[in-house]
Structures are given as structure tokens and as C-alpha cells.
Design a binder for this molecule. Sequence first.
Ligand code: CP3
Length: 350
Amino acid sequence: MGVSLTAPRLLQAARGEVVDRPPVWMMRQAGRYMKAYRDLREKYPSFRDRSEIPEVAIEVSLQPWRAFQPDGVILFSDIVTPLPGLGIDMDIAEGKGPIIHSPIRTSAQVDHLHPLDPEAALPFIKTILQALRQEVGNQSTVLGFVGAPWTLAAYAVEGKGSKTYSIIKNMAFTEPTMLHQLLSKLADAIAIYMRYQIDCGAQVVQMFDSWAGQLSPQDYDTFALPYQKRVFQQVKATHPDTPLILLVSGSAGVLERMAQSGADIVTVDWSVDMADARARLGKDVKVQGNLDPGVLFGSKDFIRDRILDTVRKAGNWGHILNLGHGVLPQTPEENVAFFFETAKQLNALV
Ligand code: CP3
């Protein structure tokens, strides 16, 4: 179609085209390490307001774009944002993360969940994504994101974040049928939500299965992987050209399994050396990552060395440069700026 001639770099790389340097963005690039975000948070103390009032969410999403011109601009939102649209009420508490007021513990509660109607439940998503596309044009790629079934089920069942995942594992190992019903409903809702984000302008979508690394590989195969596949298959059936990224935190033990999900790009965290990840995944799988976010506390020389090391190990095809997880709230903004500047000079440095 010739479109790819003008497509932004991240989208080209995500499609497998050869680009002049790896595109770069940062997970959680909008947020607490930025003074502009902290200032705005004083005016809008509720996370739901910051992410659901379109003008505010657009402003937050664009703060890192204006400061650093990353190759990817991600929608400011949260993985639990669609849950109220299924009948799961939630809030996001300062410093704690998502809180589910009535956690899902019975079959009756699972039966009562309703299908997601994104036009009705999430109209702000359309306004935000359209505005981001308008603002960045062909200079950057707009990313959408969703939570994966297992990770959203973990919040819905536990009621909040957890260290042990005792409640959902209890359900998994004593009442698996109930959990499979919940995971199925979540998977179908997430597929609808992903398609909606794409229809509204998201050019690449990342699915966060943040807590799937808490499962043993055999349980990952039962409770995480089939539902990742179910989402990706449904979205690929209608939107085959949109690249899809998968993230699992603490993924070293399930890296090859991640590639079986149908994702186009596998996020690699820093528990795996990028050269080992390439060897384990094979040359056809695209990768994203994988610096330790803590590297950004180091000196500029240290940051540059780690970027070069990652990029050399990843090779010159199918790599999106990123951290292995979100940027940490205490990170100096000038080190984030240095990370982006260095990444953008890479064809001169490597
Ligand atoms: O990457 C981006 O810039 C987009 C923003 C984004 C947020 N949440 C905003 C947010 C993204 C991609 C997410 C995804 C998300 N939310 C995940 C998957 C990523 C991961 O970390 O594995 C998860 C597990 C959540 C659930 C959640 N929401 C947590 C664990 C927290 C943090 C609790 C804390 O305070 O440390 C939140 C709240 C949240 N979502 C914040 C941000 C910027 C921090 C709260 C704030 O800024 O007021």
C-alpha cells in the first residue's frame, strides 16, 4: 500500500521492517517521576479522574511526548479501567493500586458479569486515542494497552494486589471450573476492548499479564496461556495487521511459552540476558526490552553502556528498546532524558 513508507518507526519495527535504529519508548513513561505529572495530580487527586476525564488523560499521555519525543506514546489509563464496564466496581488508591470493592468469590458473581459495551462504558478512550493520534501524527506511534485475563482475574478475585496470590490460587486449585468461567468472560471482554482501542486509533497494543509469572509453568499453561491466546486470536481475526505485544513480569521461566500466545512481540525483562532471550526465542520472534529500570539511577556512562549492550545483543531487527518493566517513581527526569537522547543517536553509536 505504500503506507509503510511514512509509518512511524515503532510501527515499522513492530511489523518486522528494517529500521535505521531500534524505536524506543518506556513503560510507565507518564507518571510519578515527572514533576509535571505530580503537579497535575494535586489538581486531580483521583486516579480515575486523571485517566477518565479526556482532557486530563490526554495531557498526562502527552507530558513525556513533549519532554522526550519517544517513538511510542501510550494511552494514560490502567489495566483495571474496563472492569466497571463488566460490573466489577473499582478504585485506584494512591500508593496501593487497584481496589475491588466486592471481590469475585462465587459462581453467582461470575454469572452476573455482563459483556463489555465499550462505546457505552468507555467513551473517553475514543476521545483520548483520537486526540493522541492527531497530536503525534506520523512522528510517533500510539500504543493502547489492556490487562490479560489471568492478571485481571487476580485483581478481581483478590480484591487488590497481592504478594502470594493465595485467594486466586485457592480458587484455581479447588474450584477450577469457576475460575475458568471467569477467565473466559474476561478474555472475551478484553478482546472487545482491544478491538475498540484499535478502531479508535491505537496502532500497536500491549497486553500486560503482569502476574502470570507467579504461576508455575504447568499452571501458566492452564490458567494464563490459553486465555492470552483466546484474546489474541479474536483480535487477529478482525484486525490482523495490528502488532500485539505481550508482557509477563518475572518471565524467565515461561519465555518460550509467551511466544506461543500469538503475540507478535515478546517483552523481555532483565531477569534474562537479551542474547539468551534471542537464542531461546529464535530469529523470527520480535522482542521488546530489557533494561533494569534501576539502571536509570546510574551514571550517564553506565546508562549508555547498558543501552549499547542490550541493542548489540538484540541485533538490528525486530527490537523495540525499552526497560524490562515500568520506570520507577524516584527516577531522575534528566536520566530519562539521557536514555532517550542516547537511544536516538544509536545508528551513530553502534
Ligand atoms: O505506561 C504508561 O505510561 C501507561 C500508564 C499505565 C498505568 N498503569 C498508570 C498508573 C499502565 C500501562 C498501567 C498498567 C498497569 N496497572 C499494570 C501492568 C503494568 C505492570 O506494572 O505490570 C498493573 C499491574 C496495574 C495495576 C496498578 N495500577 C498498580 C500496580 C499501580 C501502582 C500502585 C503504586 O502506587 O505503586 C497502579 C496505579 C497506577 N497506574 C499508577 C500509574 C501511573 C500510579 C498511581 C499514580 O500515579 O497516582
